[in-house]
Design a protein around this ligand. Structure first.
Ligand code: G3I
Length: 359
């Protein structure tokens, strides 16, 4: 823990110097969050194996990290049922060496299945489902703070009854794949916090409202049926160009919390594609959205963790998407640190939102 004087000095530094990096030299966002009883961190992945600057940034700013891709089914088993844990092991070891809490994500996800999975019969699919959960969770048992056991169960535009997302696991089990995943995960790693992770809930459009309603009903049903469920992850891929209502989102969070679960903001970043080209203006708008969203969300006591989807713009999934769409196009700036790992106004906004939370 840091003393109040040091905290106030760190928060004032960027305001006094006009340099967002002034804070970062003295205290990381994770330490400021800890003052308010909150865990802060970010996604990371195999880039840390070769990028020392990224390793340093994560070690300084994060207290919890999420493997962005390397613990996903299609990354562990790209070509067949036999898993290759080589990279995942290195990432788990990096987190342990740096005393970072670790999240695993998308243990079970109906999106991005490897093509070979569709060549299996339903019986073979059910077998690999159980084998994957057992093998993956028991391999890291006791080392994972929390797992996204099921990711994105809903996608109403696909038209399935109940708004469920189509995919191999839904095909094999119907919606009971969710119960099965949580019960078998609890047996394989009794220590990890079993989390249900969802997208779109932050939007106040037809998609966001329908996913919120479906998620509330599912969480109530799982808890009523005694399914082991400890936390709900709300991804937080904010898209300011779409309708949003932070007050409605906070009401939704409070309803979720009433079922006795913790809440994690698991993949926070801000889509700047509809914002002006001017970098200073874009950074200002991004910082304001981080400030407003987090100030609202942190009024909910059940919110225990805020995790950005990477720390540096260099490794944002938006950068990947932009590079594929238009290699010479505008570089996205969705995260608290720029491509050169320098703090931006967003980092100051996040620090102030954390410091403003009543612990
Ligand atoms: O690195 C390879 C590159 O060498 C190759 O040329 C290229 C062509 O396919 O693929 C590149 O890998 C891509 C990887 O992102 C790069 O980081 C994979 O194809 C692509 O599937 C992968 O996408 C990931 C996506 O989940 C699907 O797993 C993103 O990194 C990751 O940020 C994204 O994260 C998801 C969360 O898990 C769930 N919530 C939404 C979030 C954003 O889509």
């Amino acid at each position: 823990m840091i003393d109040r004087r040091q905290l106030l000095g760190a928060l004032a530094a960027p305001l006094l110097t006009g340099d967002s990096n002034a804070r970062a030299q003295t205290i990381g966002l994770g330490a400021i969050a800890e003052q308010a009883g909150l865990l802060f961190g970010s996604a990371f992945d195999r880039e840390i194996l070769t990028d020392a600057d990224d390793r340093r940034l994560i070690a300084r700013e994060a207290h919890i990290v999420t493997t962005e891709n390397s613990l996903k089914f299609d990354w562990l088993r790209p070509n067949g049922p036999k898993a290759d844990f080589t990279i995942a092991d290195q990432l788990v070891d990096f987190a342990a060496r740096n005393r970072l809490k670790l999240r695993g994500t998308a243990l079970i996800w109906n999106d991005n299945p490897p093509p070979w999975l569709y060549r299996l019969s339903s019986i073979e699919m059910r077998k690999i489902f159980d084998q994957h959960i057992e093998e993956t969770l028991s391999r890291y048992s006791g080392r994972i703070h929390s797992w996204d056991i099921v990711n994105e169960p809903f996608y109403p535009p696909q038209g399935l009854t109940g708004g469920y997302r189509k995919g191999p696991w839904y095909t094999a089990f119907g919606d009971t794949y969710i119960d099965r995943a949580f019960r078998r995960a609890a047996a394989a790693d009794p220590k990890t916090r079993l989390t249900l992770n969802e997208a779109f809930c932050e939007q106040d459009d037809a998609l966001g409202r329908s996913v919120r309603a479906n998620l509330l009903a599912l969480v109530e049903r799982l808890k009523t049926d005694g399914v082991p469920l400890h936390a709900i992850g709300l991804q937080g891929h904010l898209k300011p160009a779409l309708p949003f209502d932070d007050h409605a989102f906070v009401e939704f969070l409070s309803k979720l919390a009433s079922f006795g679960v913790d809440l994690f903001i698991t993949e926070l970043d801000i889509d700047d594609s509809a914002m002006p080209d001017d970098v200073a203006e874009r950074d200002r708008l991004i910082a304001r959205r981080y400030r407003d969203f987090l100030t609202s969300v942190l009024t909910v006591p059940a919110v225990k963790a805020v995790i950005t989807w990477q720390l540096s713009d260099r490794y944002s999934w938006y950068a990947d998407l932009a590079a594929r769409k238009a290699p010479a196009g505008r570089a996205p700036r969705p995260l608290p640190f720029d491509r050169d790992f320098k703090a931006k106004a967003a980092a100051d906004a996040i620090a102030l939102a954390f410091a403003g939370r009543k612990a």
